[in-house]
Design a protein around this ligand. Sequence first.
Ligand SMILES: Nc1ncnc2c1ncn2[C@@H]1O[C@H](COP(=O)(O)OP(=O)(O)O)[C@@H](O)[C@H]1O
Ligand SMILES: [Mg+2]
Length: 251
Amino acid sequence: MTENGGVTPLVRLENVNKHFGALHVLKNINLTVSRGEVLVVIGPSGGGKSTLCRAINRLETIDDGKIVFDGQVLPEEGKALARLRSEVGMVFQSFNLFAHKTIRENVTLGPVKVRGVSKDAASKRAMELLERVGIAAQADKYPAQLSGGQQQRVAIARALAMDPKMILFDEPTSALDPEMVQEVLDVMIGLARDGMTMVVVTHEMGFARRAANRVVFMADGQIVEENTPDEFFTNAQTDRARDFLSKILTH
Ligand SMILES: Nc1ncnc2c1ncn2[C@@H]1O[C@H](COP(=O)(O)OP(=O)(O)O)[C@@H](O)[C@H]1O
Ligand SMILES: [Mg+2]
């Protein structure tokens, strides 16, 4: 299910526009993400990538256009919005764990509070997920006792604990020391292989080549190019993308 034809997309953005004051940050965005697809979003800083992610789970409102998630137009507020949020996981650059909760509690909290899962069941599941991301041994520690790479893996386990229909990753490895990047990417590659629908803002081209079905190049609020990773990285179509790639490839 890597193609858009024939399958109902999980997410569809139609003519989406967003301004911050006079700044036009999303310019008539049209984009679909299919179920099971891994979409990598790449592009210069300030291009609107984070705003795009935040609009998809409605951490940002849009001015006009439409965002449809799993067949429903994004709800404005209330219970329907809370449900949507719980179905779309988000992993940020800064891990955003609760500092005063243990690792296991961080992963347990959402299912208990939002889903009404029993503490025991949530705790058991949390351990399975921590096992999956390779940090079960740290379950009773606090976030500050873990490395950045470990904390980001906890953040991924926490997102998974809600059984999301998709996960948005906004530069998940940008704040990490270089030696920790791969351990987080490996977890993400595993999720991609297991069929998780993922939108990943990243400049990690190794990840894009191994895991992405499609790359979207975004600059100045617009989708400038959309292609397979192989085509995009070896045969970018626009000067804008070629220029960007030459910068990230030679830094
Ligand atoms: N809350 C906000 N208020 C005003 N301007 C914002 C806000 N968030 C982002 N911007 C601006 O919108 C543009 C797009 O930002 P962003 O989506 O964060 O880009 P990217 O993630 O590609 O770096 C930037 O010029 C940024 O300064
Ligand atoms: Mg950003």
